[in-house]
Design a protein around this ligand. Structure first.
Ligand code: NAP
Length: 235
């Protein structure tokens, strides 16, 4: 019997890499999407999985996803948005949206799936944070705060749920070459690249490989940890 994994934001670039890697590792994957239905359905066809509409800000979406999937073995809270803007210029609405999707959405999805995991006395939750959640980024204050929140959430929930056989960990990516970074010019990207000790940008599969490790039995004694996947940019 296949283990089941739900990946929120499975339609995005990192999400797709996570879905592909977990399917390769034998999971039945539920590909969460908010707006990119067609992309999610294409990945579902490719991986023999199921696309699930789950806007993490909508309680009805979350509850209907739980109904469709039943208890999952692995929940990957990957959905996220970012915005580059000075803190005192960003709109309150955008600020709230960042928090609602990146942090509160992950917490609400986790809450919805946790009771099934507690009942089974097993489960694995992986939150996708960011190196900016560890060290903070100028002009991404709201994003940094949401991702720092995910780190605190990971550590506290790991302590609370370990007695129930549930592991909670976090992957904290650095600069991963995806659409999210398409706003940078070639010159800006070159300056950023020079700051990366390994000298190259990360790729979605680097994040997916760490997710796969944390989900595997090889990580059975690891909980509450933040695995940085950043080429040495933040140490
Ligand atoms: P991406 O390609 O823009 O994907 C973002 C994903 O989030 C999409 O699948 C999108 O779904 C989903 N999403 C947006 N709003 C949502 C909502 N309200 N409810 C549910 N899903 C929603 O970004 P990415 O680069 O793959 O990033 C994935 C994660 O990695 C994010 O949490 C991001 O913060 C984190 N991260 C990325 C980098 C990087 O350099 N790329 C670095 C550090 C951390 P739809 O398209 O279906 O709407």
């Amino acid at each position: 019997m296949h283990k089941k994994a739900l990946i929120t934001g499975g339609s995005g670039e990192i999400g797709q890499a996570i879905c592909r890697r977990l399917a390769k590792d034998g999971y039945f994957v539920y590909i969460g999407y908010a707006g990119s239905k067609e992309t999610a359905e294409n990945i579902a066809d490719e991986l023999h999985g199921t696309a699930i509409k789950i806007d993490v800000t909508k309680r009805d979406d979350i509850m209907s996803a739980v109904e469709k999937t039943g208890t999952v073995d692995l929940l990957v809270n990957n959905a996220g948005i970012s915005e580059i803007e000075l803190f005192n210029c960003i709109s309150e609405q955008k600020s709230r949206e960042i928090m609602e999707i990146n942090l509160v959405g992950a917490m609400n999805c986790t809450r919805a799936y946790l009771s099934g995991m507690i009942h089974k006395k097993s489960g694995c939750i992986i939150n996708i944070s960011s190196m900016w959640g560890q060290v903070g980024a100028s002009c991404e204050v709201d994003y940094s705060a949401s991702k720092a929140g995910l780190i605190g959430f990971t550590k506290a929930l790991a302590k609370e749920t370990a007695p129930s056989g549930i592991r909670v960990n976090c992957v904290s990516p650095g600069f991963i070459m995806t659409e999210m970074n398409s706003r940078f010019s070639a010159e800006e990207l070159e300056l950023i690249r020079e700051e990366i000790p390994l000298g190259i940008f990360g790729e979605p599969h680097h994040v997916a490989d760490s997710v796969a490790f944390l989900a595997s039995n090889q990580a059975e004694y690891i909980t509450g940890q933040i695995i940085a996947v950043n080429g040495g940019m933040v140490i």
